[in-house]
Write a protein that binds this ligand. Structure first.
Ligand SMILES: Cc1cc2nc3c(=O)[nH]c(=O)nc-3n(C[C@H](O)[C@H](O)[C@H](O)COP(=O)(O)OP(=O)(O)OC[C@H]3O[C@@H](n4cnc5c(N)ncnc54)[C@H](O)[C@@H]3O)c2cc1C
Length: 338
């Protein structure tokens, strides 16, 4: 492997904090750098990101590169690609890791193409052995895991959220902060962003939520989702959906879970009125505990559920929320905790 660092593209939240998946990437990149005997770096892109760079420099890495430019305020494919390639020319990383997010799904292939290198997407782990570096990723809707051997540099991978324990701030080594001068303009841009809509129920919230309450076709209408929103609100979780409610316009497509939607790995996944198709399970198989509510006792979802309730969600959901309310009030003999 060359002398360049294994480098993480650290994504920032709307509030310019570090996205949780980027902290996981830092942890995984640190292990890869340790195994390969290379340095670890991070690159932060945006506008007025001094504080964010300072925050990133609290982690156990060698170098934080900042690409700070007014045109990087919000993600735009061509501008971010151009800025990243300018960074690449200066830093020459041996490998690039990004979270498997909406941003990287767009940006990573662009960069890989521009650099003429390969990219492994949606990875959940890595192996480093005699043959070299392999990235591990679920394939065939998560039914098997493939191990892909990397050839050439820089290697590139996007990492699925909740695949790794997030890195914690630590001051083990001296961190150098390098401001990379970037020159950007929109001349010749093929894409123009007309409007940015930041919704209440963003896919990003769903992906980082510890509890997900997801509804399917069985919910029957947009109004039916209000019951799910109540429960999610009480539990501090997020609402997800199978594909039909998104296609039917009951909920935003941003919250679709599954093969062609987002991948979630919460501690608890409550599937309501969802039959349990292979394409849906592909998006939530990583959940630690699955609770299913379905009126059909033969529904496939019960095969993978840890807890199942056979019944109509219109009766079951108010019973759930009522029981939680009672417990919080200390109204049951089983204590106050939910
Ligand atoms: C290429 C491809 C990609 C796809 N990608 C995705 C994807 O990313 N995500 C995804 O989810 N799907 C995806 N699908 C669609 C997938 O195949 C299924 O059609 C879909 O997951 C079914 O959604 P569902 O379980 O909500 O609906 P259904 O299969 O119709 O199930 C509805 C369930 O609700 C139950 N129900 C009905 N009324 C009630 C009630 N009152 N109370 C309780 N339960 C009730 C029923 O018993 C039933 O089990 C994809 C399909 C293809 C071909």
């Amino acid at each position: 492997m060359s002398e360049g660092a294994v480098t993480v593209l650290v994504e920032l939240t709307e509030e310019k904090g570090i996205e949780p998946v980027s902290r996981e990437c830092l942890a995984m990149a640190g292990k890869i750098a340790g195994a390969c005997g290379t340095k670890l770096a991070a690159v932060v892109m945006g506008n007025a990101i001094g504080d964010a760079a300072g925050e990133v420099s609290r982690y156990d890495i060698d170098t934080v590169y900042t690409l700070d430019h007014p045109l990087l305020e919000c993600y735009e494919s061509e501008l971010y690609e151009a800025a990243f390639l300018q960074f690449y020319t200066i830093a020459r990383p041996c490998g690039i890791l990004m979270g498997h997010t909406l941003l990287s799904i767009d940006l990573a292939p662009r960069i890989a193409f521009a650099l003429g290198t390969s990219l492994v997407t949606d990875c959940t782990g890595f192996e480093y052995g005699a043959e070299g570096l392999c990235f591990i990723k679920p394939v065939y809707s998560g039914n098997i895991y493939a191990s892909l051997l990397i050839r050439g540099e820089p290697f590139m991978a996007t990492i699925r959220l909740k695949s790794e324990e997030p890195a914690l701030p630590s001051q083990k080594r001296h961190v150098e902060i390098v401001r990379v001068p970037v020159e950007l303009d929109r001349t010749g841009a093929a894409i123009e962003v007309l409007e940015r809509v930041v919704g209440e129920n963003r896919g990003a919230d769903l992906q980082s939520a510890d509890i997900v309450v997801a509804g399917g076709r069985g919910i029957g209408s947009a109004e039916g989702f209000e019951l799910l929103k109540n429960l999610a609100g009480m539990l501090g979780g997020a609402v997800g959906a199978s594909r039909p409610p998104c296609d039917l316009g009951w909920v935003s497509p941003a919250i679709q879970v599954g093969q062609t939607g987002g991948i979630v790995s919460p501690s608890v996944y409550i599937a309501v009125g969802i039959s349990g198709s292979m394409q849906h399970i592909a998006g939530m198989a990583g959940a630690k505990t699955v609770v299913a509510v379905n009126k059909d006792p033969a529904a496939t979802i019960f095969k993978i559920a840890d807890y199942g309730v056979v019944g109509d969600f219109r009766e079951v959901m108010p019973a759930f929320t009522g029981a939680i309310r009672d417990r919080r009030k200390g109204g049951t003999t089983q204590g106050n905790r939910t």
